[in-house]
Design a binder for this molecule. Structure first.
Ligand code: G6P
Length: 616
């Protein structure tokens, strides 16, 4: 949540900062602002509520100049969406500005103390309190670095912040406290960038330094000096990011979500790349730090995640239990971290996260670490916090940057990554023979082509469905077994981008409640591939039909019986049952997209949501 960008160098900062914010708008779009400094023009602050476009217009009318600057796009936590609450925030003297991502849990207490000392605040935000605190320590120390260090020492919660002081125009100071947000520093030739996420600076450099928890960076044109918050110097080599900046651009697509849906065949290929040996019938996961002996010791797995990634974890349970015969418990990370879980010496934590920055997921990983349990992050963002703290290693999706708030390609890539992991575990534990793995690998290599077929077929059907159903206010999604999480995911997608209330249910549970909702106006989306519970799904469909519900079915190729029963049907190519969810979910993504588009909703930036959730 909240995007942060900063720049120091020879070029005009406004363009670079605003360009970075455009790449990060998915992080929050309640308001945006920049602060640019130039020795002659002074400190220029521009802030606007609403989307970044408003800020751009403002800057168009009142241009800013200078080679030092920072900017912020906000997802409101403390204080409503007003210009006063937009970042950057100033200290009492007006010479220091601060942008922040995160929450200062003790800000009321800090604010009360400062009010008693005569400070005057113009916003309701916790960030303004940080700015005043930095200003307060600057008066005492005359050093921005020292002031940030001392101010951060008083904060509780998780924050990532960047500060600029007009009396020290040769630097920015960034700090990270806790897991509330990443800070990445981009090293250029005679210029340096700082941001909350990699896509903001990829256009300029691929040489990156990631700030860890409790670290501070003094950022100058020459680079960055890192230290612990207690002042201990930190030496770290930059990493080189392989992501292509073009991949973070929308290209000819109308929306990032649409682009990312269409990228799925490629993403499903990339997640396999270099990891499978079809001749030998084996899987090799390059970054995994657990060898065969360690994998054989695993007696239970806790899979944890938030949002769409949690649905991937639910599907992973079926894969791992079936292929590796290890029991899996799935938890929302936000619940797991507070329930005092009893993990056990033979446990392993699997964290699913696209961004690698979701605060609850990181906290769940920390809980595991505290109990001596290794964790593996099934993660997309290279170099993200989850990837770095996963002591069992990251299992990268290699899906490329995902910008649309509603996750699509990261989800299907997570399913394939989880499947690879299940095969790897089964291989180590001897629950699978090389011949069985060979069959599974064949299904995996055929998957990208099948996904392309699904996209091609589903787009026109979903456009027609959206025409017919876009005015509904409710929808029900039903599935069974590994397709039950897909029903949840279909409902979530529809909810988050089209604002239609939707529920996902295990089809067998329908008669215990949701059946009461069924009437001729309710679309019931039934996921019914030909698998071992197909006949049960057909009975559930009959129950819906008997109550005049509208049945929209997702089935597998050649299923005339299903086509005859449903009002509309989308057939997807068949694959092995554990991989079928990869294909059944795609029409649901496309359906949600088409519905949102038809309803005139902002697909990439749905209201109130943000892509990286770095607050609790
Ligand atoms: C937010 C996003 C979802 C995402 C979830 C978890 O809610 O809108 O699309 O699934 O966070 O994010 P993660 O980055 O951990 O996968």
């Amino acid at each position: 949540m909240c995007g942060i960008v900063g720049y120091i160098g020879p070029r005009e900062a406004t363009e670079i900062v605003v360009g970075g914010l455009q790449r990060l708008e998915y992080r929050g779009y309640d308001s945006a602002g920049v602060a640019i400094y130039d020795p002659a023009a002074g400190l220029q602050l521009r802030r606007s509520i609403g989307k970044l476009g408003n800020l751009l217009q403002r800057i168009g009318r009142e241009p800013t100049v200078g080679c030092l600057g920072l900017g912020h796009t906000r997802w409101a936590t403390h204080g409503g969406v007003t210009e006063e609450n937009a970042h950057p925030h100033r200290d009492a003297s007006g010479s220091i500005v601060v942008i922040q991502n995160g929450i200062v849990e003790n800000y009321l207490e800090l604010k009360a103390n400062m009010l008693a000392d005569g400070h005057h605040f113009v916003s309701q935000t916790d960030t303004e309190v940080i700015a005043h605190l930095v200003g307060h320590y600057y008066q005492r120390t005359g050093s921005l670095e020292a002031a940030v260090r001392q101010a951060v020492a008083e904060l509780r919660g998780g924050n990532a912040l960047v500060a600029l002081c007009i009396h020290e125009p040769d630097r920015l100071v960034a700090a990270r406290l806790g897991n509330a947000g990443g800070v990445v520093i981009g090293l250029g030739a005679g210029e340096t960038f700082v941001a909350s996420d990699v896509p903001a600076i990829l256009d300029h450099t691929r040489s990156l330094l990631f700030l860890e928890d409790h670290e501070l960076a003094v950022i100058t044109r020459e680079g960055a000096q890192l230290s612990k918050l207690d002042g201990t110097p930190v030496s770290r080599q930059p990493v080189t990011m392989s992501w292509d900046p073009v991949a973070a651009a929308r290209g000819d697509f109308k929306h990032f979500m649409q682009k990312e849906i269409h990228e799925q065949p490629r993403a499903l290929t990339d997640v396999l790349r270099g990891r499978i040996d079809q001749d030998a019938g084996s899987v090799h996961l390059e970054d995994l730090r657990l060898d065969d002996a360690a994998l054989r010791q695993v007696g239970r797995i806790y899979a944890t995640a938030c949002g769409t990634a949690w649905h991937a974890a639910l599907v992973a349970k079926f894969m791992i239990e079936s292929l590796a015969r290890v029991r899996v418990e799935v938890d929302y990370a936000s619940e797991f971290r507070y329930r005092e879980p009893v993990l056990g010496a033979d446990a392993l934590l699997l964290a699913f996260t696209q961004s690698g920055e979701t605060v609850d997921t990181l906290a769940a990983m920390e809980e595991a670490r505290n109990q001596g349990v290794p964790s593996i992050a099934i993660v997309n963002a290279i170099g993200s916090q989850a990837a770095r703290v996963a002591d069992g290693g990251p299992l990268y999706l290699h899906a490329g940057p995902e910008i649309g708030v509603a996750s699509t390609k990261a989800f299907t890539s997570m399913l394939v990554a989880a499947y690879l992991f299940a095969l790897r575990l089964g291989q180590a534990r001897g629950t699978l023979t090389a011949a069985q793995i060979r069959i599974a690998l064949q299904a995996l290599v055929e998957l990208p082509g099948k996904a392309a077929t699904v996209i091609e077929r589903a787009v026109p059907v979903c456009e027609a469905l959206a025409e017919r159903y876009h005015r509904v206010s409710n929808a029900l999604f039903l599935g069974r077994q590994a397709n039950y999480p897909i029903a949840l995911e279909g409902a979530l997608k529809l909810k988050e981008i089209s604002y239609i209330h939707a529920e996902g249910y295990p089809a067998g549970e329908m008669k215990h409640g949701p059946i009461a909702l069924i009437d001729e106006d309710l679309p019931v989306i039934c996921i019914a591939p030909r698998d071992h519970i197909y006949a049960k799904m057909l009975s559930n469909i009959e129950q819906v039909r008997a109550r005049h519900g509208q049945v929209l079915a997702i089935g597998t190729d050649g299923d005339d019986q299903l086509a005859a029963k449903a009002d509309r049907v989308i057939l997807v190519p068949a694959t092995i049952p554990l991989l079928q969810p990869v294909l059944t979910v795609i029409p649901l993504q496309i359906f949600a997209y088409a519905m949102a588009l038809r309803r005139g909703c902002d697909v990439d930036q749905p209201r109130n949501l943000a892509k990286s959730v770095t607050v609790e």
